[in-house]
Design a protein around this ligand. Structure first.
Ligand SMILES: Cc1cc2nc3c(=O)[nH]c(=O)nc-3n(C[C@H](O)[C@H](O)[C@H](O)COP(=O)(O)OP(=O)(O)OC[C@H]3O[C@@H](n4cnc5c(N)ncnc54)[C@H](O)[C@@H]3O)c2cc1C
Ligand code: FES
Ligand code: FES
Length: 487
């Protein structure tokens, strides 16, 4: 099969071919330094402030049109926009004399003070308009706050920004997917996704390689040939450490051109989430199956991060305070690994061997996560405590599933995060509570036994003592909520 040696992309409806070190730059820096699109701002360079927000369409929807979603361009390497359409704040204007309705609303409502955050807010608001219009939903203050949760304004001009959003009339806002519908580009997108991209270049210090396979077979052979090949999902973990200079990624492989890994599906037993399914896609899909996860994902990062980050990336990053792992572990989810020799399935509770040490063999790729469907009798609760409720790194997390009959505990599973080198299952506590009465007293006592099994650390986010107390209280909260039916 023919190999390409360049990234082919469209930015504001203009086609670009990008090669060499530019393909490794963060997209925000590429836009500003290489093609003079300086409307996009870089402030934190770690995905936190939203100043660098742009719209990215990598896929088409069921109507055959581009699906534009907001992402942070500061942590997104250029090679992740291969075959995609990028829109920046400059591309949103309708003509030289007519602004996009969001831009006009921000101008009319005085939504900019120093203006540094404004392009990011405008792109985030344009992304909100695109999504709400497609879902036939109105703009409300609550929805606006949710969509703009990843954008900070240091001049604190939030009120006029919210007023600008409230003044938008979605019926008069043209879809971006219609305005930028370009059949020639759509045909080329298809072609790009059928041709693997393999590019080498020698930088100042090291030789780099990027591989974008278009089939799983190609990906597995590449991983076998070079176990050092670094897998890249959405780059929301990796992009931050690379920007901070703590990691170089000389040999990388991203899987997003492989259609079979983009799938999320279910049968009677499992919900299966492919390696490149983003957290937003997962959030939309899982809502009707396990709504408790949506409550957790609601306070997990910003829309920009969730539109880019993958569930598998969260699992493989393996942080003891990752927010999806406690649920996946407590529900006995399974990590599906694959090499050219075949597939291997590992239970989440056996996947973490130590701090960031995982049961992945050098030639393996994680291809999916399988989540067992909950039984009707199983009650699930997920808790997270952090310094700030929204968009903050967890200090302690908890996941619990219990079955209760005639006020007796039939089965119980518990996980804690942020109290050890990995998220942990509490097997001893689980077996000790089975057969007991489902009462506050029993769960208060369970919490008190925790010190036998965990010894949390003190760090910037919380002291050891605080973590112990929070973990203990989670058990009391869990019993109170489940017994009173609070969700
Ligand atoms: C601003 C911000 C807020 C955040 N908020 C939260 C939060 O609230 N809660 C939380 O838990 N996390 C949070 N994160 C962390 C991050 O977004 C998540 O961990 C995310 O799910 C990572 O997914 P990714 O696809 O971007 O991973 P990447 O950064 O692409 O990769 C992460 C790791 O997974 C490996 N990997 C990826 N795909 C595969 C594969 N198929 N096979 C094998 N290895 C693979 C990579 O090599 C890497 O080691 C936040 C990050 C940022 C920047
Ligand atoms: S510059 Fe702050 S999120 Fe990108
Ligand atoms: S207007 Fe100054 S940072 Fe928002």
């Amino acid at each position: 099969m023919e190999n390409r040696q360049n990234i082919i992309t469209t930015i504001n409806d203009k086609r670009y071919e990008i090669e060499g070190d530019k393909a490794f730059m963060p997209l925000g820096s590429f836009l500003r330094q290489e093609i003079n699109l300086t409307g996009t701002k870089i402030v934190c360079a770690e995905g936190d402030c939203g100043a660098c927000t742009i719209l990215l369409a990598r896929d088409v929807g069921s109507d055959g049109k581009l699906l534009f979603k907001t992402v942070n361009s500061c942590i997104l390497p250029v090679y992740l926009i291969d075959g995609a359409h990028v829109l920046t704040v400059e591309g949103l204007k309708i003509s030289e004399t007519e602004l996009h309705p969001v831009q006009q609303a921000m101008a009319d409502c005085n939504g900019a003070q120093c203006g540094y955050c404004t392009p990011g807010f405008i792109c985030a608001m344009a992304g909100m308009a695109e999504k709400l219009k497609s879902e036939n939903k109105e703009i409300t203050e609550k929805r606006t706050k949710n969509f703009l949760t990843g954008n900070l304004c240091r001049c604190t001009g939030y009120k006029p920004i919210l007023e600008a959003a409230a003044s938008l009339d979605l019926s008069r806002t043209e879809y971006l997917k219609d305005r930028f519908h370009n059949p020639t580009w759509l045909l080329e997108m298809k072609k790009i996704k059928s041709m693997p991209m393999n590019m080498d270049f020698t930088g100042k210090k090291i030789k780099h390689n990027i591989f974008l396979p278009v089939s799983l077979e190609q990906a597995l052979f590449a991983k076998k040939a070079d176990p050092e090949l670094r897998l890249i999902g959405g780059s929301t973990d990796i992009g931050v450490v690379v920007n901070k200079g703590r990691l170089t990624t000389p040999k990388t492989m991203a899987l997003y051109h492989i259609d079979q890994l983009k799938k999320i599906s279910h049968d009677q037993e499992f919900i299966e989430v492919g390696a490149t399914v983003t957290l937003s896609e997962f959030e939309d899909y899982i809502e009707s199956f396990i709504p408790e996860i949506n409550k957790m994902l609601h306070i997990f990062a910003s829309p920009q991060i969730k539109n880019q980050a993958t569930l598998v990336g969260n699992v493989v990053n393996g942080s003891p305070i990752a927010d999806t792992i406690p649920f996946l572990m407590v529900s006995d989810s399974i990590v599906v690994l694959q090499s050219i020799k075949g597939k291997r399935e590992v239970l989440m509770s056996k996947f973490y061997l130590g701090y960031k040490k995982l049961d992945i063999r050098p030639d393996e790729i994680v291809v999916a996560v399988k989540i067992p469907r909950l039984k009707k009798s199983e009650q699930l609760r997920l808790y997270k405590v952090s310094m700030r409720k929204d968009l903050d790194i967890s200090a302690v997390t908890f996941a619990g599933i219990v079955e209760v009959e005639n006020n007796k505990v039939l089965s119980a599973r518990f996980c804690l995060g942020g109290v050890a080198a990995t998220v942990i299952r509490l097997n001893e506590i689980e077996s000790s509570v089975v057969g007991e009465d489902f009462t506050k007293e029993v769960f208060v006592n369970l919490g008190k036994t925790l010190s036998q099994y965990i010894s949390p650390l003190s760090d910037l986010r919380a002291s050891k003592l605080y973590r112990m107390k929070v973990a203990e209280n989670f058990f009391v909260k869990f019993q109170a909520e489940v017994s009173s039916g609070v969700v």
